[in-house]
Design a protein around this ligand. Structure first.
Ligand code: MV4
Length: 500
């Protein structure tokens, strides 16, 4: 087993991997930019190396600096976390050349799956269901029109080098094709330096359901169930859960086997995620493979009891999986809310500053993965995610109610957060019924001129009516409530009078 691992990342995921190292009795090495000198991941690691100025382009994204820190520290392996260099095949290759083990798939698997077109072709060959569309790049609008004739409108133009929604264009009829092809090509060219595009049939109101897989270097590969990730805004996931309210045993097995076939087709080793779009008929279609540990991996950990970060390290060290498909049981329900420093009433503008006060919720079924502490700074340089709040319950209803309790308990001042935004989603009848789609937030969360969403307004009106009725009810108004200081009340869950 490794004695020392360098974590090429920051924030909550660096902390997450440091904890896995500690559980395995492996020394951890942090790297940090100037902005992160006092960060939690630096405090928790056994050693830490400075890698340059705050901008990630001059620190966390510089391959040579990270390789140098790894060699200087005597680490044998490198964990990339997510984001930054995690899906960069050049980084995986640079690790190999430096004699370091990259904790993830091989450079060639990262490359094959990073190109959405080669990935699609590999999946078709492996018998994995894909959305009807093209296998070859589409060069001009003439070709595009012919393809649209064949598969029918609406179509979706995607960038081969894309992913995460960049360079996509929906086309509803012939008249829109020309500008869409040109727009997609130039956007892809400037974003990725690669203007290849392809076409798929556009699915109208899909769900995003993804399968966690894990494969060792001895040919064993299993699926760990699905995550429902439909609640997203502009391709940023907001709430994830496991299992998906849509997926039953039969569908799970079919998707799981498709995901394992996808992994095998790519020669995949380590933890990975196979993304699908799914519809209400329970049909599903391959989208892409994420060749990293994902932000939302803890919901899978909670319902399977498997520590994915630990498994990643064991696999990279050459160990065999200690469980088989039949050992994996999905039990209970887990939900993750991504807590962001952002202002939902100002178009989700990031809210930077010091965490003047910071108190995390706890109690039965609650897990918080964060990379911050009271007094830490949410800076302009990095993603403004404060933490991932997770709730586990014996079923979805209990998980939701524990999540609401935890959101009520969370105390953050100094920055604006999306905590109340999460509450409005969780109490929405369609969410409660599990009727989700990737359009959920766009459809239900309409911020009005005054900065209050229709949902918040309904909640406020309900509260006013309830208060009005309570005041007119003898039993309530006649009972004198004990005096409480405003200070005490301000800290009480559900009593927001003292919040800033
Ligand atoms: C689609 C689609 C509908 N039809 N493909 C968005 C991110 C990229 N990875 C693929 N995406 C989509 N591909 C077809 N043929 C709708 C989306 C999509 C989406 C997918 C997953 C999660 C959120 C999404 C939000 C908007 C669009």
């Amino acid at each position: 087993m490794f004695k020392k691992i360098l974590i090429a990342n920051r924030g909550e995921i660096a902390v997450r991997v440091i904890r896995a190292c500690r559980d395995l009795d492996i020394k951890s090495v942090a790297v940090f930019s100037e902005a992160d000198r006092g960060a939690l991941h630096v405090r928790l690691a056994d050693e830490a190396y400075a890698i340059g100025p705050a901008p990630s382009s001059e620190s966390y994204l510089v391959i040579d600096k990270i390789i140098k820190a790894a060699i200087d520290s005597g680490a044998e392996a490198v964990h990339p976390g997510y984001g930054f260099l995690a899906e960069n095949s050049n980084f995986a290759e640079a690790c190999r050349r430096a004699g370091l083990i990259f904790i993830g798939p091989t450079p060639s698997a990262i490359k094959l799956l990073g190109d959405k077109m080669t990935a699609r072709t590999a999946m078709i060959k492996a018998g994995v269901p894909v959305v009807p569309g093209t296998e070859k790049p589409v060069d001009d609008e003439k070709q595009a029109i012919a393809i649209a004739k064949e598969i029918g409108f609406p179509i979706l133009i995607k960038a081969a080098a894309g992913g995460g929604g960049k360079g996509m264009r929906v086309v509803n009829d012939d008249s829109e094709i020309k500008s869409a092809v040109r727009g997609a090509k130039s956007e892809a060219k400037s974003a990725f330096g690669d203007d290849r595009i392809y076409i798929e049939k556009y699915l109208a109101r899909p769900r995003h359901v993804e399968i966690q897989i894990i494969a060792d270097s001895h040919g064993n590969c299993v699926y760990l169930g699905e995550r429902e990730c439909s609640i997203q805004r502009r391709h940023q996931k907001v709430i994830e859960e496991a299992p998906s309210p849509l997926v039953d045993q039969d569908m799970r097995k079919k998707m799981g086997q498709a995901a394992v076939a996808a992994a095998r087709a790519a020669g995949y080793v380590n933890a990975g995620t196979v993304e699908f779009l799914a519809d209400d008929k329970k049909d599903f279609y391959f989208l892409e493979v994420n060749t990293r540990l994902q932000v939302e991996h803890p919901v899978t950990e909670m319902v399977t009891g498997i520590d994915l970060a630990v498994e990643q390290i064991l696999i990279a060290a050459g160990e065999k999986l200690s469980f088989s498909q039949d050992d994996i049981v999905i039990e209970g329900h887990a939900i993750e809310c991504r807590i962001y420093a952002e202002d939902p009433s100002s178009d989700f503008l990031p809210s930077t500053g010091l965490l003047r006060s910071y108190h995390e919720p706890a109690g039965p079924g609650i897990r918080v993965d964060s990379g911050v502490y009271e007094g830490a700074e949410i800076s302009v340089y990095y993603d403004p995610m404060i933490s991932k709040l997770l709730a586990y319950g014996k079923n979805r209803k209990q998980a939701v109610s524990r999540m609401l309790r935890a959101l009520d308990e969370y105390r953050i001042s100094g920055v604006t957060t999306n905590i109340d935004f999460h509450k409005t989603i969780l109490v929405h009848p369609e969410f409660a019924a599990g009727r989700l789609s990737t359009h959920f937030i766009k459809e239900y969360y309409q911020v009005k001129e005054d900065g209050i969403s229709a949902l918040e307004e309904a909640a406020a009106l309900t509260a006013v009516i309830a208060e009005h009725e309570a005041r007119n009810t003898l039993s309530l108004s006649s009972v004198k409530k004990p005096e409480a200081s405003p200070w005490k009340l301000s800290w009480r869950p559900g009593c927001e009078s003292g919040r800033e």
